[in-house]
Every structure is written in C-alpha cells, then in structure tokens.
Write a protein that binds this ligand. Structure first.
Ligand SMILES: Cc1ncc(COP(=O)(O)O)c(C=O)c1O
Length: 282
C-alpha cells in the first residue's frame, strides 16, 4: 500500500494527480474517504466520477468510503450512490455507526454494480456478520427518518458555531469541514497534539483525537475535534484557550510540567494508564 500526500495548506484532493499516482504504481485499487477523516474535506461527485473513469481505463477499482456523507451540506447528494451502474469500478463502503452515533454497533454496507465482486465478498462474510442488536437497529431506523434528518441539520449548525469559537483562539487553524468534526492545526508554541490531547484528558476530562499516530506528515501538529452539544463545545474551547495561553507564555515549563501536575489534580485518572489508552485509541 502507498499513501498519496495531500497538500498541507488545504488538504484538498486533486483527482488528476491522484489518478496519475495510482496509474504510475499500477494500483488495482485506489481509496478515497469522502468526506475525509480526519481532514473533513470533500471531493465533489463530478470529480469522483472523473477519477473513476480515469482509473477504469487502467483497470483500477475506486473504493469510496462515504461513512460521513450525510453530514455534508447537501447530504446524500454528495454520494456517488446513484452512479454505480454507470461506473462498475466504484465500490462504496459505509459504516452506519457514524450517522446513528453508535460507535461499536458494527453496522455498515458495501455497494457496487460489480456483481462478481459483490458475490465474492458475500462468500467471504462470516456466518454471523450482523449481530442481533445491530439487526434490531436496522429494523427500527426507518421509523426515525425525520429525527435523523433533523440531527444532520443540527450537527451542521453545531459544527459551524464550534468552528467559529475555535477560530477565535489565537494561532489555532481550523480547516473548513464537511463532517461532524473539525480538523485543526495547533499553534507553533504547543509542543505537540498528542501532548495537548493528554492535557485535555488529564486536566479537563476531555477526550479528543490527535493525529500523531496517522501516516500523514506532521500528524502531531493536528487535532480532530468532534462537535458535540453547545455547552460541551464551549467547555472544550475554553480549555484549549487556556492551554494556548499557558504554552504561549511559558512554553518550556508547560511542556514538561503539565501532565504530571495535572494528573495529581484530577485524581480520578492515572496518567500512565490513560496514556496507554490514548496510544491505542487516539
Ligand atoms: C472513514 C471511516 N470509515 C469507516 C470507519 C469504521 O467504522 P466502524 O468502526 O463503525 O466500523 C471509520 C472509523 O472511524 C472511519 O473513520
């Protein structure tokens, strides 16, 4: 597997460059996560179809992970779902857990017009590939269609106001997002995103995802912050603002003292076990 590097100023995908990259390596499969996790950036349907055509000519499949698509401005209209029969080299992968807010439900699907591929995947599925609770969820989901739609609208509004609040933190860069989270570059004065995530957890009891473990360049300069209820977002922004003030005024002391001192203050979390948790889970 090889990774195509996105430009660090926008993290936007140039589909022509990506197609060339895949073709040069004679790849049989190219993968696009749309909107992307962790950047939240979106590739338009038009560009994805251009990419699919270009890859088809090189006998390359295009896997598109649409797990966060409902959170985008026009929701499912950003999906390539309606074009599968015209583009049989496209495979949509989707986890439903993101949009129903139930991590661990283990519910999702693959969609493609390539019948042979679909049959081959089906043959390899384990016997009990959907558990009972997930199956029940599937049954009742249609009953909550209106609530579901309302929740996407609400999430989009929450992301917008969260983004505005985060942008008010000096030197904190927030990338425009099409998902339910925001991808942020931390100020230069901060030692690293993993370190910041530890401070947030130990001192404030807030768990956020840092990108230090990602294959991307400079991953430890980025945080991925999920929008939650307004009061929770406000609390996180206040904590980040405080951390920024501390690091800006005394970088060295903050970088070494924070985790130990705050572990004692919090009392309910053991710093080393928590660090282990973050290393595994982000
Ligand atoms: C883009 C994307 N697709 C798929 C998954 C897997 O989702 P699940 O844990 O629901 O299987 C993740 C998990 O974070 C994800 O970010």
């Amino acid at each position: 597997m090889s990774c195509f590097e996105l430009p660090a100023d926008t993290f936007d995908l140039n589909v022509s460059d990506f197609a060339n990259y895949a073709k040069t390596r004679q790849a049989s499969v190219a993968v696009v996560v749309n909107p992307n996790n962790p950047t939240g950036r979106l590739v338009s349907v038009k560009n994805l179809l251009r990419l699919a055509s270009s890859l088809a000519a090189a006998k390359c499949r295009l896997v598109i992970d649409e797990s966060f698509i409902e959170f985008t401005g026009v929701g499912k209209k950003n999906s390539v779902e309606g074009f599968l029969s015209e583009y049989p080299n496209i495979i949509i992968l989707k986890s439903l857990c993101k949009i129903i807010g139930l991590g661990g439900a283990r519910l999702g699907y693959l969609a493609s017009a390539d019948k042979q591929l679909v049959q081959a995947v089906r043959r390899r599925l384990p016997l009990w590939n959907v558990n009972g609770i997930a199956e029940y969820l599937l049954w009742i989901l249609p009953e909550f269609r209106d609530e579901w739609r309302a929740s996407f609208r609400r999430t989009r509004a929450d992301v917008r106001s969260f983004s505005q609040m985060l942008r008010s933190i000096p030197n904190f860069k927030v990338f425009p997002s099409h998902a339910n989270f925001l991808f942020c570059r931390i100020p230069n004065a901060w030692p690293g995103a993993k370190h910041a995530a530890e401070i947030l957890a130990i001192r404030y009891g807030l768990l956020v995802r840092h990108c230090g473990y990602q294959s991307m360049k400079d991953g430890d300069r980025y945080l991925r912050l999920t929008a939650r209820r307004n009061e929770e977002n406000t609390g996180l922004v206040a904590a980040l603002r405080q951390i920024n003030e501390d690091f800006s005024s005394s970088v060295k002391a903050a970088a070494t003292d924070f985790p130990v001192a705050s572990a004692h203050r919090a009392g309910n979390l053991h710093a080393s076990s928590l660090r282990r948790h973050l290393d595994v889970d982000g």
